[in-house]
Write a protein that binds this ligand. Structure first.
Ligand code: BDR
Ligand code: CA
Length: 332
């Protein structure tokens, strides 16, 4: 058991790859390395109601149903020209498998909004909470707008988003989480001084394969988590291949998992300290992330940007932790 588990708010829009990161986080929490303070669902891959329900179901599945889930803020500056990602993740965001998971025990209508939860938790424990943001940055921006300065009360904000030297995935230049709400992303990057960013530059190398799902499932094939991992992987591989995301390799990209690798296995990543800017105006480049690659004094850097990854070892540690989650005998 770790002495000081990292206190985490997971801001997420499940999402096939969100679901894998979500399960990995629950494994790390069961092992005593993380404490899940709350989950703030966000509108993104699918509608806010579906990401709320999906988050509740994933907590039920992993045995953390007592953790509060927030409902995503809607009505931010969501781009009208970027559709959700239901075509990749399934209409429910979870490979059309959410009906196979336990019923959500929390009500969307009665839930607090995600920005309220962020504000309350950050203000009550300043400097202690790490936000892991693996969807559009709408909730974080809404919290900052309501309560200026609140995001800088986080210990750290780790974001999956952006594409710097790599091409985009939702447009030729932009990555989905940033392009879905570029104004929110701009507000977060303009406000925060110590962001950690996992862009497509590293996440496009994280190809999770059916063989990896089989390794995990073999530990306890009857476990509902094992069955979900296998079925979700199969669905995600189908859409990833159709969208040509993996260079023809049978697998899918577990983008969001990179955030947890940084927190728990940082030796798998290499970073550049830089000032990140978000393009909100460009006709062709709206939602693009930029950094100044010239050699000069980086006096106004606001982010550590991951640009290299040891994908093999990152996936290996993720697989081992997921095995532990489904092994009998790990109790909270
Ligand atoms: C990001 O977009 C979403 O579709 C994924 O869940 C991930 O967070 C990758 O661009
Ligand atoms: Ca996501």
């Amino acid at each position: 058991m770790a002495n000081h588990p990292i206190k985490i708010i997971l801001d997420t829009d499940p999402g096939g790859d969100d679901s894998f990161a979500f399960l990995w986080l629950q494994s790390l929490a069961k092992q005593g390395f993380a404490e899940i303070v709350a989950v703030t669902a966000v509108d993104g891959n699918v509608h806010a109601k579906d990401t709320f329900v999906g988050s509740c179901k994933l907590l039920q599945l992993g045995g953390f149903s007592d953790i509060e889930v927030g409902r995503g803020v809607i009505g931010g500056s969501n781009s009208e020209d970027v559709e959700d990602a239901g075509a990749i993740h399934g209409a429910d965001g979870m490979g059309n498998l959410s009906h196979t998971l336990p019923e959500a025990q929390q009500s969307y209508e009665a839930a607090r909004f995600s920005d309220e939860i962020l504000i309350e938790k950050l203000q009550s424990t300043p400097g202690e909470i790490t936000i892991v943001a693996i969807g559009p940055l709408t909730n974080l921006a809404a919290a900052e707008q309501k309560s200026p300065g609140v995001l800088n009360l986080a210990k750290e904000i780790v974001i999956m988003g952006g594409a710097f030297l790599h091409y985009g995935n939702i447009t030729p230049e932009a990555e989905f989480n940033i392009a879905y709400d570029p104004e929110a992303a701009k507000l977060v990057f303009d406000t925060c001084k110590h962001l950690v960013v996992m862009p497509l530059d590293v996440t496009h190398q994280l190809i999770f394969t059916p063989e990896m799902a089989a390794q995990i499932s073999a530990v306890n094939p009857a476990s509902p988590i094992a069955q979900f991992v296998t079925a979700l992987c199969q669905f995600m591989v189908g859409t990833a291949m159709a969208y040509r995301e993996t260079g023809g390799q049978a697998g899918f990209l577990v983008h969001d998992a990179a955030t947890l690798a940084y927190l728990f296995y940082p030796e798998t990543l290499r970073f550049r300290h830089a000032q990140v800017e978000i393009e909100t105006q460009g006709i062709w480049t709206r939602g693009k992330t930029l950094l100044d690659r010239r050699h000069g004094v980086q006096s106004s850097a606001n982010a550590w940007v991951a640009l290299e990854v040891d994908a093999r070892n990152l996936l290996a540690v993720m697989i081992e932790d997921l095995k532990l989650l489904i092994q009998n005998g790990i109790e909270r």
